[in-house]
Design a protein around this ligand. Structure first.
Ligand code: ASP
Ligand code: MG
Length: 492
């Protein structure tokens, strides 16, 4: 009976395996064992094997530069997948997968040859190249599941109907179109008795051009798939134990947070904590389903459960995040605060050129636009061209960082700002800009980049009450740290 429940009918749970989980023989077997323990019917979403997206990116750049050695990279990707397959599959299944790979690598090589021939940069061709990481891992995992006696079928984004609104590396899904198109795949899945394995990370515009949902985009795909099935649970397996009270690289005593609200998680992932794609909440909006972030290595550990509704913690502040990969564009002039329309003007100018403003901190004489570091220079040039007499000076500051203190109930709690200022003040850390009250969930501080580590350690001590000694780690190197610091955007 348990077995039947696992195989037929409605998909109750969507499980995503991140790329950092899928890297070698034992991790692939671990993925199978996690699925085997499920007693509800599940759908899977996969990322590319660890490191593969970056290799594909290298291959794309080499091809674009008309350098032939992109072939070497593609060969090494092929070898790595086949070697892994040979370690876990019977000869028969290995041959089956090798057959599928021949077709995939044929198409990938053709794509790269075309790019090398034209030598012209194209976002959709770049996205198409990068999409192969997920295709390769989805087919690998599906055959491994079959070998383990669990029938699985791959749904590449084309077949699933992941409609993207535009060609971009940071695209979003056209959710209305997706709802319509996905019905076909969902109907097929729910009439069958197999595990569907969806490729994460990419979608297709209505014209059939490839688009990416940003780095870590498989989280976003998983949210779309959960929406499509009206799943009751979404579980994202990562190489970290969940959200932490701070970046463990800065605060060795940082500890996992058992529960967060969607808003809190969004604030934390927006600034600093690269653990989760910041936009998964849009596809999940109509669903009440909790999202669990779990450790792939210790799946029995509770991880972090993210629920729609917020709960206040005794501390109010649940986590501190720091974002050092920023640029601050300072727009100054005595009248910028009082003259109507200036923020609108800045916003539309930048939006028209696809520069995303992360947040805005304003005073009467200064508007601070917080941007991702890779977009700073471009934004500066665009804003300098604006003809507006109230704008007297535009400065690009690269040595600032944004610290966010996140927790539900900030606005209605007295003394938080005082505590932050006195903690930092007594350590002679200057707060360049401070913003509270804009949301129920976050306080933003702008500090000198060089002060960030110290500031976060002191604030962590003030709010979570533990002494931090030196830089001793409580987590293995290269786990959360890597996620916290990984550059999200390809800046080449
Ligand atoms: N493979 C893509 C990346 O490395 C997407 C993902 O991992 O979710 O960003
Ligand atoms: Mg990844």
């Amino acid at each position: 009976m348990a077995n039947n429940r696992r195989k037929y009918g409605k998909i109750k749970k969507v499980i995503k395996f991140g790329g950092s989980c899928l890297k070698d023989r034992s991790s692939l077997l671990q993925a199978v064992s996690i699925i085997k323990k499920e007693n509800e019917r599940v759908a899977l979403v996969v990322s590319a094997l660890s490191g593969v997206t970056d290799l594909l990116l290298d291959a794309y750049h080499l091809a674009l530069g008309q350098e032939k050695n992109f072939r070497g990279i593609i060969n090494s990707i092929e070898k790595r997948h086949l070697l892994l397959a040979s370690e876990v599959l019977s000869l028969k299944n290995y041959a089956l997968l090798a057959e599928r790979y021949r077709e995939l690598f044929f198409r990938l090589n053709r794509l790269l040859r075309g790019i090398a021939l034209s030598g012209e940069a194209s976002t959709s061709l770049k996205a198409a190249v990068l999409s192969y990481g997920e295709r390769l891992s989805a087919h690998l995992l599906a055959v491994i599941l079959n070998e383990a006696g669990l029938e699985a079928r791959v749904y590449e984004s084309e077949k699933a109907g992941l409609v993207a609104t535009r060609v971009s590396e940071e695209a979003e899904a056209d959710l209305e179109a997706f709802d319509r198109v996905f019905r076909t795949a969902a109907g097929e899945v729910e009439a069958g008795n197999f595990i569907p394995v969806f490729t994460g990370f990419y979608g297709l515009t209505p014209e059939g051009r490839t688009a990416l949902f940003g780095r870590n985009g498989s989280d976003y795909t998983a949210a779309c798939v959960a929406r499509g099935f009206r799943a009751l649970r979404l579980v994202l397996y990562k190489d970290v134990p969940g959200f932490l009270t701070a970046d463990p690289e800065k605060v060795p005593e940082a500890r996992p947070i058992p529960a967060l609200s969607r808003l809190e998680a969004a604030e934390l992932s927006y600034f600093g904590a690269k653990i989760l794609h910041p936009r998964i909440w849009e596809p999940l909006e109509p669903l009440n389903c909790p999202v669990e972030i779990k450790s792939f290595k210790s799946p029995e550990a509770p991880g972090t459960v993210i629920k729609a509704k917020a709960e206040k913690s005794a501390n109010i502040i649940k986590s501190l995040s720091a974002s050092e990969n920023l640029a601050v564009l300072r727009v100054e002039g005595p009248g910028v605060g009082s003259k109507p329309g200036i923020i609108g003007l800045l916003g539309t100018t930048l939006a028209r050129n696809e520069v995303n403003i992360l947040t805005v901190l304003t005073s009467q004489t200064c508007i601070n636009l917080i941007l991702s570091a890779s977009e700073g220079e471009r934004a500066l040039r665009l804003v300098e061209k604006i003809q507006e007499p109230a704008i007297r000076k535009v400065l690009l500051e690269k040595d600032l960082a944004l610290v966010a203190a996140v927790g539900h109930g900030i606005r209605e709690t007295d003394g938080l700002a005082g505590k932050i200022f006195s903690t930092l003040g007594s350590a002679r850390i200057n707060v360049e800009f401070f913003s509270t009250g804009a949301s129920e969930t976050a306080i933003y501080l702008l500090l000198k980049k060089s002060d960030t580590g110290r500031a976060v350690r002191l604030l962590h001590q003030a709010f979570f009450g533990e002494k931090t000694e030196g830089r001793k780690r409580s987590l293995p190197p290269g786990s959360a740290v890597e996620l916290h610091h990984r550059q999200v955007i390809d800046t080449r």
